[in-house]
Design a binder for this molecule. Structure first.
Ligand code: C2O
Ligand code: CU
Ligand code: CU
Length: 486
């Protein structure tokens, strides 16, 4: 279980030590008792959940679509009746949706009009080193420009982009620098899944606001981020027809783990995860998503009479971090009409790539100090992140098995590798052959004491890439490392 104490104690530790060493942006206010906007006073299910705008290319050639985005501040109504200044891609919160196709290149010119440096990382993408958005590959504030090239030489997947600038990515992401990138291919298009307005991306996260309605950021603040946002609105509602919908759910929160359910306990169908569709659909009544993870689900509303209201809930026993009456609710579905439905969920969705034989093995130990001392740090294999150190050297083309362990007693972690989509072979000694983790993954959760064995093939590009805990504050406390594909 996560205890309140661990989160608060480790938060204080980071501010006190690394902050003093000048490595971190200091927390704005050390006190968790700062009054702020009372989340319980925010009305639920009164604002409609918006859909992020789809970004249009400014140029399309035979091989490539060219886009431009501007990172800038914008004022948004996240909480009804309040105006909140956020850091955005193109003025949109969350950022726009980029629609890409496998084997068609996307080039995005990013201009940074913010007052802080940024680095744009496309999470889950197989990209060359210079387009990966490395922590020190920064776009200068006040008009800096960088052009990223995404070859899209991978199958369909629900990707997302977010800031990765060293030591401020956590705050930049919290303040809004995230966006959606839907990569599709013929395999996915030909299945007959719900499409068009019945295919809806939902970015979930939490937030904390101050008295004036502005976002309040401090590290390790999960127990005070008690406002849940879906597509940039606090506890919105979403009107649906009584038919099947596909929802692509993104956990874009800095720290929060979600465990989603429908309020009536009904089952739904998980069809995909981080790296695209599962081999076969998975019927389930719950959906666990750690920060950075994605799930593709189909909910069939056809059994509900028009007029039904149904809540997408978050089980705070499974995913602790705040009171059930607040963070236990996410959004409300309102069945407001009937509609024809010719969509289907085939019993076979895709063929997953063969697993080549592995020729190398490694152990990755994730641990953060839980002593309560102000010197608490977070480590991978006993070391805090050093951008000048290569932690793991990998021969190009090699297939490796990594055994990742969460050695903590209290803190949950997760684990993300850049560049590759991997496969989960085992969780806690049990083979993973079906279910939500049986597809292509780039991020996996690790509860205290858990061990996950995963397999990845490091092909395509050479260079340095990161692997880290995607709880951004843990990464900033040191739980991040560098691999070099040579
Ligand atoms: Cu979402 Cu280093 O990644
Ligand atoms: Cu990533
Ligand atoms: Cu962690």
């Amino acid at each position: 279980m996560i205890t309140r104490r661990t989160f608060l104690v480790s938060g204080a530790a980071v501010t006190g030590t690394l902050g003093a060493a000048g490595l971190l942006v200091p927390a704005t206010s050390g006190s968790a008792s700062a009054a702020g906007l009372d989340p319980a006073a925010i009305p639920k299910f009164t604002a409609r959940m918006p859909l992020a705008p789809v970004l249009q290319p400014y140029l399309v050639s035979g091989t490539t679509s060219y886009y431009a985005m501007t990172m800038r501040e914008a004022a948004k109504e996240i909480v009804p009746g309040r105006s909140t200044t956020v850091r955005t891609f193109n003025g949109s919160f969350p950022g726009p949706v980029v629609k890409a196709r496998s084997d068609r290149r996307v080039v995005i010119r990013q201009t940074n009009l913010l007052t802080v440096p940024t680095s744009v990382h496309l999470h889950g993408a197989h990209v060359p080193e210079d387009s990966d958005g490395a922590p020190m590959d920064l776009i200068a504030p006040g008009g800096g420009v960088k052009t990223y090239t995404y070859p899209n030489t991978q199958p369909h997947a629900n990707l997302w982009f977010h800031d990765h600038a060293h030591h401020i990515e956590s705050e930049n992401v919290f303040r809004g620098l995230t966006g959606t990138y839907l990569l599709t291919d013929d395999t996915e298009q030909n299945l007959g899944l719900p499409s068009g307005s019945y295919d809806v991306p939902i970015s979930l996260r939490d937030a904390r606001f101050d008295d004036s309605g502005q976002l309040h950021y401090e590290m390790e603040d999960i127990f005070n981020r008690n406002v849940i946002l879906a597509n940039g609105k606090a506890w919105p509602y979403f009107e649906v027809a009584a038919r099947k919908y596909r929802f692509r759910v993104f956990n874009t929160a800095n720290m929060r783990f979600f465990d989603l359910r429908l309020s009536d306990g009904s089952a739904f169908t998980q069809i995909g995860s981080d790296g695209g569709l599962l081999a076969r659909p998975h019927r389930t009544a719950s959906l666990a998503l750690s920060p950075g993870e994605r799930a593709d689900i189909v909910i069939d509303f056809s059994k509900y009479p028009v007029g039904t209201e149904l809540v997408l809930a978050n089980d705070v026993n499974a995913a602790p971090g705040g009171p059930a009456d607040l963070v236990g609710q996410v959004l409300q579905f309102r069945v407001n009409r009937t509609a024809a439905d010719s969509s289907r969920v085939p019993s076979v969705l895709r063929t997953l790539p063969e697993l080549p034989p592995a020729t190398a093995g490694r152990t990755i130990d994730l641990r953060m100090d839980e002593t309560g001392s102000p010197d608490d740090l977070a480590y991978i294999n006993g070391k805090t992140y050093d951008m000048h150190r290569v932690d793991t050297e990998i021969a190009h083309g090699t297939t490796e098995i990594w055994t990742v362990v969460n050695s903590n007693r209290i803190a949950p972690h997760n684990f993300h590798i850049h560049l590759v989509q991997f496969r989960v072979l085992e969780r806690n000694g049990q083979p993973v052959t079906s279910g939500p983790e049986s597809g292509l993954k780039d991020t996996i959760s690790l509860m205290p004491g858990e061990t996950v064995k995963l397999q990845a093939t490091f092909t395509g590009y050479r260079g340095t890439y990161l692997y880290h805990c995607h709880v951004f504050d843990h990464a900033a406390m040191g739980m991040m490392a560098t691999m070099k594909i040579v």
